[in-house]
Design a protein around this ligand. Sequence first.
Ligand SMILES: *[C@@H]1O[C@H](CO)[C@@H](O)[C@H](O)[C@H]1NC(C)=O
Ligand SMILES: *[C@@H]1O[C@H](CO)[C@@H](O)[C@H](O)[C@H]1NC(C)=O
Ligand SMILES: *[C@@H]1O[C@H](CO)[C@@H](O)[C@H](O)[C@H]1NC(C)=O
Ligand SMILES: *[C@@H]1O[C@H](CO)[C@@H](O)[C@H](O)[C@H]1NC(C)=O
Ligand SMILES: *[C@@H]1O[C@H](CO)[C@@H](O)[C@H](O)[C@H]1NC(C)=O
Ligand SMILES: *[C@@H]1O[C@H](CO)[C@@H](O)[C@H](O)[C@H]1NC(C)=O
Ligand SMILES: *[C@@H]1O[C@H](CO)[C@@H](O)[C@H](O)[C@H]1NC(C)=O
Ligand SMILES: *[C@@H]1O[C@H](CO)[C@@H](O)[C@H](O)[C@H]1NC(C)=O
Length: 286
Amino acid sequence: MASFCSVLLTIVFIFTITASVTRISSSTRTFTIVNSCKETIWPGITHSENISGGGIELKPGKSTVYTASSGWGGRIWARTSCKFNKNGNGTCQTGSCGSTLNCTGPSSPPTSIAEFNLGEIDYYDVSLVDGFNLPVMVKAFNGTGNCSTAGCDGDMRQNCPSDLTLKAKGKVIACRSACDVYKTDEYCCRGKYGNPDTCLPSNYSKSFKLVCPAAYSYAYDDPTSVITCSGANYVVAFCATRNQTVCSYHDNQLFCNQSKGLKVVPHRWWVAVLAIPLMLKLCVMF
Ligand SMILES: *[C@@H]1O[C@H](CO)[C@@H](O)[C@H](O)[C@H]1NC(C)=O
Ligand SMILES: *[C@@H]1O[C@H](CO)[C@@H](O)[C@H](O)[C@H]1NC(C)=O
Ligand SMILES: *[C@@H]1O[C@H](CO)[C@@H](O)[C@H](O)[C@H]1NC(C)=O
Ligand SMILES: *[C@@H]1O[C@H](CO)[C@@H](O)[C@H](O)[C@H]1NC(C)=O
Ligand SMILES: *[C@@H]1O[C@H](CO)[C@@H](O)[C@H](O)[C@H]1NC(C)=O
Ligand SMILES: *[C@@H]1O[C@H](CO)[C@@H](O)[C@H](O)[C@H]1NC(C)=O
Ligand SMILES: *[C@@H]1O[C@H](CO)[C@@H](O)[C@H](O)[C@H]1NC(C)=O
Ligand SMILES: *[C@@H]1O[C@H](CO)[C@@H](O)[C@H](O)[C@H]1NC(C)=O
């Protein structure tokens, strides 16, 4: 029976070691992408440097989990009204990033974008610098620091200045940025206007800010649009407003409608620590 016990204890020991390694390397963040829209969306994820992104289809009310580690910087947005064929080739009405389900390039405007830079301290924001296609909200769970919620309180498509609207079949499908429409240095914060002192809010950017107070409305918007947070996991919800409860966090888990998020912090090593005395007791019994 001695060999049985030593095998058992070795297994427990190895489990404990690997579990604590998992714990040490748990500087990963989970991004739960939620579709609170009434229609299907095709979220895109692009890395800021290497443009090799993911792409998925997300039905209304569904969510999906994406994992990134510290050091990752990138953008998450939604494509709308896409049609992909069997090969995964196709087009979308807004947010396109190449002609395949997996993104092969950055999103084409107008697109509302959630931006992240992960590190010791994470930085995140919602940017409407490239315009607006869907309301987006970024909420941090279980983090320390400011960790306030970024995004919108309404739908810019219903509040879009008429000269900025993008329509399909008479319906407003997105709101373009003034830079995209007029291409002036003033609206694009270029040339003489290429710094925060000279590039000021325009009547257009103000109309974006009104609907989405916690989002960048133009390139040199108030830097308080960037939020800091440490050790959090994030929910990126499309068609949700800041005050909406899309997911809740309890028992170390994130619960989102119709889909359970990943377990946030691996606490397996505790199980192993608790298991050791039990194993020893079993061994003594044998
Ligand atoms: C999730 O459920 C809550 C409560 O049932 C509801 O208030 C919320 O709108 C739902 N969110 C989505 C994205 O369906
Ligand atoms: C991808 O990123 C890595 C590190 O960020 C870099 O070394 C590499 O050259 C990049 N590859 C391409 C194709 O840009
Ligand atoms: C269709 O997809 C294939 C592989 O996914 C790709 O090689 C090809 O260029 C695509 N065609 C078009 C027209 O985008
Ligand atoms: C899309 O990207 C995912 C994740 O990087 C990969 O597993 C999948 O094979 C890709 N699909 C295509 C059609 O390129
Ligand atoms: C984060 O979750 C862990 C594990 O559930 C908990 O011990 C910790 O207090 C939480 N931190 C915050 C800031 O909520
Ligand atoms: C914004 O200002 C420009 C120039 O001052 C004007 O032409 C335009 O009508 C204004 N738009 C709105 C929505 O107020
Ligand atoms: C959190 O950060 C935002 C953006 O910088 C700021 O507007 C807000 O006042 C901060 N909240 C707290 C409680 O510090
Ligand atoms: C959230 O805010 C919107 C707009 O500010 C408001 O119409 C709505 O009633 C609020 N919802 C909740 C649940 O507080």
